[in-house]
Design a protein around this ligand. Structure first.
Ligand SMILES: *[C@@H]1O[C@H](CO)[C@@H](O)[C@H](O)[C@H]1NC(C)=O
Ligand SMILES: *[C@@H]1O[C@H](CO)[C@@H](O)[C@H](O)[C@H]1NC(C)=O
Ligand SMILES: *[C@@H]1O[C@H](CO)[C@@H](O)[C@H](O)[C@H]1NC(C)=O
Ligand SMILES: *[C@@H]1O[C@H](CO)[C@@H](O)[C@H](O)[C@H]1NC(C)=O
Ligand SMILES: *[C@@H]1O[C@H](CO)[C@@H](O)[C@H](O)[C@H]1NC(C)=O
Ligand SMILES: *[C@@H]1O[C@H](CO)[C@@H](O)[C@H](O)[C@H]1NC(C)=O
Ligand SMILES: *[C@@H]1O[C@H](CO)[C@@H](O)[C@H](O)[C@H]1NC(C)=O
Length: 658
């Protein structure tokens, strides 16, 4: 066969084997869209299975203060003896503090042959030890000892020591004394299976020593004392989040009405924080308390959605109407703590704790998922008196605060004005697609306070297991959901991914936007991370009406502009194209001239729609392609989108937030 014929034949074969798909033509008007209220992208954080303690919160020592809380007696978890010392828990007559009433007694072995006695802690399943880091340690001790303490990083596998320092004892028998130190490793530990050891000279000590609040921090995000782990906070900061919902979730409700997330217990010096039983089956330190959350919102420039306890707990405890005022007052105190002037009672407390400047707070949510726990009575009482009482009291004191109900109109709540709703969606991809029009023409404002694609298609939903990881086609379905919310950005305040973090050593909920362990090398951005980052990084100040003969599906999109950057923006997701074909897209923005440049970012995924980002291989299955497009003579931007892809076109691609 003549070579040119074979080329022609190949071309013809390629042409015939690909289905012909006509272009989707989209024309975007210059104005007349839905005004924005500053549509937010963000996340919900709560300390699910060590995603706070042992996750975002940078403390390296696990069980640092032997705290006890409802359902969790004090234990010696994570503590091990050195040199034959015997370790025991003591409730001394003179505890370190009222909050931290149990301490660690360390008695050198009676044999006396080991000069060095003490203990080590193996952290939240290891510790990252790096030469470049300065670690800040502290502990309290009581007992007669005139010698030195040694603090050292050790391999839990080989016993190698990576760095150590000595601390002269100031300890006395009848009182607690704090010791602080800095530890700089001499070398990087080869893995994260490391411990912190504290030892003392047993030949000098008189009897035994008591220890408590044994703490060790690596450098923290923005250098905050008692702060956040840098790599995790950075992975969140890089998402350009603007919405931060705290403190959960189920965590806010607590198991019972005596163990809800009491913000007052989470303030002040660590020695005054008793800890918290939580709702995820392990005790929490409350080191990541309200002020730490607020400071993170400030560091990341996020809008807060603060959940206040609404009088319903997970066991179905419901606060009767005549007792609810206590919790309303508590919520008003909390709001005053967050944004009150420094001459108010709680504003003064905030100033005393080092933050005189009020935080910005516009959104307060009453409870969490009140339609779920204690149903049906829980939900009935919420609609009857709990929500209305909070709404009225908060808006009387703070008319500018948008009070948000913990359910949506789709949960059967006819939310009284001027309240907003909260819609949660943990779903199969097809459900996200099916609900594309859900919020069109809904009058009541809502946040999407928790959302993620969690279950595979197939209709089993909560009857079947979740996917083990966030996966590509699920993430693309989230993009479709986000587009549907952003189209209605005059009523949808924003959307929060939830939950945000998974500790790979101890998790219960596999679908999170970032995964982590002690070793920062395992910190992994999920497939969803890339989609949320892309959409959040290009903000609309106004949506722009778009028309197309094709309607929505398989291409879902929203168009808008940003008055700060001057950008015209298209956000699109292609979910299940016909016959798996690439789809040509042609976009015309009214008023955008021929020759205008735009940046196109295309996210495409692996061949297997269930592909995910695996922390242990480190392979990112999301492919990001950036290209520059130029509007043709008719002012049209043309490009193609493959099946299961997400596109973002911006004529002024810089981050423009307002
Ligand atoms: C450290 O070693 C102890 C045994 O000495 C073991 O029980 C513990 O699980 C180890 N911890 C880690 C994080 O490897
Ligand atoms: C090191 O720590 C990791 C995480 O805890 C654990 O999975 C692994 O088994 C440990 N390795 C050794 C040799 O102890
Ligand atoms: C996480 O917490 C749940 C309780 O909600 C507990 O049942 C589970 O064992 C924990 N997961 C792991 C892996 O420890
Ligand atoms: C706590 O819940 C119980 C019902 O389980 C209820 O009788 C009691 O009034 C509640 N107390 C408060 C303060 O909400
Ligand atoms: C998309 O395709 C997958 C796989 O064929 C199918 O399970 C799913 O139902 C489709 N979803 C939609 C919304 O077309
Ligand atoms: C604005 O919202 C309406 C109704 O919810 C929706 O139909 C319309 O498409 C939205 N406009 C834009 C430009 O997205
Ligand atoms: C789109 O791609 C997904 C994943 O490859 C596939 O399951 C689906 O069948 C494709 N859609 C169509 C309609 O071919």
């Amino acid at each position: 066969m003549h070579p040119s014929n074979s080329v022609l034949l190949a071309a013809w074969l390629a042409w015939t084997s690909l289905p012909t798909v006509s272009a989707i033509d989209i024309t975007v008007k210059a104005d007349g869209g839905n005004a924005t209220n500053g549509h937010q992208y963000g996340f919900l954080h709560e300390d699910i299975n060590n995603s706070g303690d042992g996750g975002l919160y940078a403390e390296l020592i696990r069980n640092r203060a032997f705290q006890a809380s409802e359902g969790f007696p004090s234990t010696l978890d994570a503590w091990y003896s050195i040199g034959g010392a015997s370790l025991s828990l003591k409730k001394l007559e003179k505890p370190l503090s009222e909050a931290l009433s149990t301490s660690l007694n360390v008695a050198p072995s009676s044999g006396g042959y080991a000069a060095s006695a003490g203990f080590f802690n193996d952290g939240y399943w290891g510790m990252d030890v790096k030469k470049a880091n300065k670690y800040t340690g502290s502990f309290w001790v009581k007992g007669q000892y005139d010698g030195q303490f040694t603090a050292s990083f050790r391999s839990n596998i080989t016993g190698d020591i990576f760095g150590s320092t000595t601390i002269q004892s100031k300890s006395v028998p009848d009182d607690w004394t704090e010791h602080t130190y800095e530890l700089r490793p001499e070398i990087d530990a080869p893995n994260s299976n490391n411990t912190l050891a504290i030892t003392f000279d047993s030949s000098v000590v008189d009897g035994s020593l008591d220890f408590n609040l044994i703490s060790l921090f690596p450098p923290t995000f923005k250098g905050r004392k008692n702060g956040m782990r840098i790599d995790i906070a950075e992975a969140l900061a890089d998402l350009h989040p603007t919405l931060f919902r705290i403190p959960g979730g189920n965590m806010l409700e607590g198991q019972t009405n005596s163990s809800w997330w009491d913000w007052k217990d989470s303030l002040g010096p660590l020695k005054d924080r008793p800890g918290f039983g939580g709702v995820w089956n392990y005790p929490q330190t409350h080191g990541l308390g309200l002020l730490e959350y607020l400071e993170l919102s400030e560091d990341l420039d996020m809008e807060l959605v603060v959940g206040v306890y609404s009088g319903l707990s997970l066991n179905g405890d419901i606060t009767p109407e005549d007792q609810l005022q206590f919790f309303i007052d508590d919520a008003l105190d909390q709001i005053e703590f967050i944004r009150g002037p420094i001459d108010s009672k709680w504003g003064a407390r905030r100033a005393e704790l080092g933050h005189p400047k009020p935080f910005k707070l516009r959104y307060v949510e009453i409870g969490n998922e009140d339609w779920l726990a204690g149903r049906p009575t829980g939900w009935e009482t919420y609609k009857e008196y709990r929500f209305p009482m909070f709404l009225e009291a908060i808006n009387a004191a703070y008319p500018d605060i948008q009070v948000i109900a913990s359910g949506s109109i789709f949960d059967g709540h006819d939310i009284p004005k001027p309240g907003a709703g909260d819609y949660h969606l943990y779903a199969e991809p097809d459900t996200l697609i099916k609900q594309f029009g859900r919020f069109d023409n809904v009058e009541t404002p809502h946040i999407i306070g928790e959302m993620a694609a969690t279950h595979p298609n197939g209709g089993t939903s909560w009857d079947g297991p979740m996917q083990p990881w966030p996966w590509w086609s699920g993430s693309v379905a989230e993009a479709v959901g986000l587009i549907s919310y952003e189209r209605n950005q005059d009523r949808i305040i924003g959307a929060a991914y939830a939950p945000v973090l998974r500790n790979l050593n101890r998790w219960q909920w596999p679908i999170t936007i970032v995964h982590h362990a002690a070793d920062p090398a395992l910190t992994t951005k999920s497939t969803s991370w890339f989609i949320w980052e892309l959409f959040a990084g290009h903000v609309f100040t106004e949506t722009l009406p778009a028309t197309s003969e094709d309607g929505f599906g398989p291409l879902y999109y929203v168009t808008g502009k940003n008055d700060i950057t001057g950008g015209h923006i298209f956000k699109g997701a292609l979910f299940n194209s016909t016959d798996n074909a690439d789809v040509p897209v042609r976009i015309t923005f009214e008023g955008v001239q021929a020759g205008t440049q735009a940046e196109l970012t295309l996210l495409s995924g692996p061949e297997n729609p269930y592909g995910y980002n695996d922390p242990w291989t480190g392979i990112n299955v999301v492919e990001t392609t950036k290209s520059t497009l130029i509007a043709d003579a008719e002012g049209v931007f043309s490009f193609e989108m493959p099946n299961l892809s997400v596109a973002l076109l911006d004529t002024a691609p810089k981050y423009g937030r307002y």
